[in-house]
Design a protein around this ligand. Structure first.
Ligand code: GAL
Length: 673
């Protein structure tokens, strides 16, 4: 069950960032709040890494400085997102509780001096984190400045998995709860293979370093366990806060890291979803990766407005090459998030740190100070967001869903798969990218969701698909939906066991094909298919398909499957199931999807190249958020009011190269009246 989303008590769109006054002398604080006001900042996150300065010794609290900071922010009308500092326990904690350190898979207990080294299964850590969360909530839970709670920081990073004795003990308990009996566990894990049968719960270890690849069902369960342990820590802190405060509670996700947290489950536990997003500098079309993360963030929150808790004004400091953003890029990034449902745009961090590991990370106030491009752009952004209060609460509507299932992602990523070229994220990106370029807005969904609102559902990488979820997808097609499934899908069930009947068997009714054999290609080996008379290049993967009821839309003309079916289309009930058994290049995928769109009644938006446009639907109006990533001025047919320029449009919106616009337009229904 999802908690009902609760938005913090704030005027308009939230704007601000992480604020670390503890790193600065007192006189800088006054300058900070004055500059925040100048920049239009209305929300800052504080206290996230300040445990040792609040609980100075175990059980001994000093709130003096925090009282003063919160009072200063309050006096200046800046709201507070108050962090619980539990992502980074202080030195005294590890000195007093050396057993509470996380242990690596090689058995090494992690050392102090970085952050996030605690074992999430250690009773001392659980107790201490609830104690500090309780102390903060008891003191500030009703403070008028505090409008939001920020529990911990990025669960699962830098450490999620833990192989400590505490973790092993909890893992065994978790398995007992999941399976009830060892017989059930042995069956689910297939322990008859390689003689792994267990006769005692206490004989089950965490999947630490072993001589060869470890039982994949065990690894998949360990990923589930790790995620559950992290979430239990969040829930314990959240409930401790709720006992003293009625303000909404969040924790910042990392949707673009696709890491160890199943965000569908996490989003159900927070009052408001928030996400941290950093561009992958090596990605030359990083705005597409950003859009994926933003759409995923909105989707896990089932469409409710969310907060971009962190992004960067310019370069980060932890990638191999930290590419600075150029003029306008920070605004474009911010508006892409806003267009995709974010009602808060925040940064890491307010003022660049002089010391420590992140001094080369950009900030709202860079080391160069306020006479800088970055600060000028920050201030301009604050002004622009200040004009968009009415957009808040409006929602993105999508006709297409792409399946994103964290468990399937984890499972596919395990070792000893048929080819190292199989890449879950890559396939999702490829399909998403085509839709992005066609200007078609996408939600993400689980295969268990009600998919009936969507004209088209794409499963680019659904390696793990339970029989029940396959039945849901089949029912979606039968009742009129269009489903596209890419290769290496519906291969295993929830225990990473191959489906009875073979690869893809549970989707056979919907797709009209079965996979007889996987035919991975050699590195750089090219294949070819022919679709509607046109030859299309494919690589990485082919399959021997057995066509049971589908129409063959493209056949292999080169490669190990030459002569066989490559792309199929199957009418099932009132809908259509497509199967794409190979990896086409971008042009090939475009050609396939053009036919799919016809089945689904979809049309590309016809946007100029490099232009992103997303619609947010409000109660009384639509908001078109337009981002021009190209180097050319563009014109789009559009009527309404340009909210940033504060001007009425005469049927055409012109957006300068690299610029953005937000236009209030009437609802399509209103236009028809
Ligand atoms: C985030 C983290 C921040 C800061 C930022 C920049 O992942 O939450 O605390 O480290 O990255 O590197």
């Amino acid at each position: 069950m999802h908690a009902t989303p609760r938005w913090p008590d704030l005027p308009g769109i939230a704007f601000g960032g992480d604020y670390t006054p503890e790193q600065w002398p007192r006189d800088v604080w006054d300058e900070d709040v004055a500059l925040m006001r100048e920049a239009g900042v209305n929300l800052v996150s504080i206290g996230i890494f300040a445990w040792g300065l609040i609980e100075v010794r175990e059980g001994e609290f000093d709130f003096t400085w925090l009282d003063e900071v919160i009072a200063l922010l309050h006096a200046n009308g800046i709201r507070v997102d108050l962090g619980t500092p539990t992502a980074s326990p202080p030195a005294w904690f590890f000195a007093n509780h050396p057993d509470a350190r996380a242990v690596t898979r090689d058995g090494v207990p992690l050392g102090f001096g970085a952050r996030g080294m605690a074992s999430h299964s250690a009773p001392a850590y659980r107790e201490a984190s609830v104690r500090i969360a309780t102390a903060l909530a008891a003191r500030y839970g009703d403070h008028p400045a505090v409008v939001l709670w920020h529990v911990h920081n990025e669960y699962g990073v830098p450490v999620g998995e833990d192989f400590s004795p505490h973790a092993v003990r909890e893992w065994r308990r978790w398995l007992e709860r999941r399976y009830g009996t060892l017989d059930a566990l042995n069956a689910a894990w297939g322990t008859a293979f390689w003689g792994q049968h267990y006769g005692e719960w206490d004989h089950i270890g965490a999947p630490a370093t072993a001589p060869s690849t470890i039982n994949p069902a065990q690894l998949l369960d360990f990923a589930r366990f790790t995620d559950d342990q992290l979430r239990a820590c969040f829930i314990a802190e959240r409930d401790a806060i709720r006992a003293h405060s009625d303000r909404p509670i969040t924790t910042n996700f990392m949707a673009n890291q696709h890491g160890g947290c199943d965000l569908w489950k996490w989003a159900a536990e927070v009052d408001v979803v928030s996400d941290d997003h950093y561009l992958w500098a090596a990605d030359e079309d990083a705005e597409i990766g950003l859009a994926i993360a933003a759409d995923l963030t909105r989707s896990v929150g089932r469409g409710a407005p969310w907060i971009l808790m962190e992004h960067s004004t310019s370069a980060v400091n932890w990638q191999p090459r930290n590419i600075a953003k150029r003029a306008g890029e920070m605004a474009r990034n911010s508006f892409s998030h806003l267009g995709r449902g974010a009602d808060g745009i925040l940064f890491f961090q307010w003022r660049a740190s002089r010391s420590g590991a992140e001094k080369f990370h950009s900030a709202m106030i860079p080391h160069a100070g306020t006479s800088s491009r970055v600060f000028r752009e920050v201030t301009a952004l604050g002004g622009d967001l200040g004009r968009l209060g009415e957009v808040r609460g409006s929602r993105v509507v999508a006709d297409v869903a792409i399946l994103w299932d964290f468990e399937s992602f984890w499972a596919q990523g395990l070792e000893w798969r048929p080819s190292e070229d199989l890449d879950h994220s890559e396939r999702v990106r490829a399909y998403y990218e085509r839709l992005w370029r066609d200007g078609i807005t996408v939600d993400f969904a689980l295969p268990s969701h009600d998919l009936s609102p969507y004209r088209l559902v794409i499963a680019p990488a659904q390696y793990l698909l339970s029989a029940a979820d396959a039945a849901n997808l089949t029912a979606y097609v039968a009742s009129g939906g269009v489903l596209v499934t890419s290769f290496f899908s519906a291969v295993v069930d929830e225990n990473d066991a191959v489906h009875p009947g073979g690869f893809g068997a549970p989707l056979e009714p919907a797709l009209g094909v079965r996979v007889e054999e996987h035919l991975p290609l050699r590195h750089s080996q090219a294949g070819e298919i022919v679709l509607d008379g046109a030859a299309l290049a494919v690589d990485v993967w082919q399959e021997d398909l057995v066509v049971t009821s589908a129409e063959v839309r493209a056949a292999y003309t080169a490669g190990p499957a030459a002569g066989g079916a490559a792309v199929t289309r199957n009418v099932h009930g009132d809908g259509v199931g497509w199967y794409v058994s190979t990896r086409p290049d971008a042009a090939g995928l475009a050609a396939i999807l053009a036919s799919v769109y016809r089945d689904a009644g979809l049309r590309p938006a016809g946007l100029p190249a490099g232009v992103e446009a997303i619609t947010r639907r409000g109660a009384d109006a639509d908001y078109r958020v337009v981002i021009n990533h190209s180097g050319e001025r563009v014109s789009l047919e559009m009527s309404g009011t340009d909210l940033l320029a504060q001007a009425d449009l005469e049927g055409v919106l012109t957006v300068e190269a690299g610029a953005v616009a937000v236009v209030r337009t009437s609802h399509p229904q209103q236009e028809q009246q």
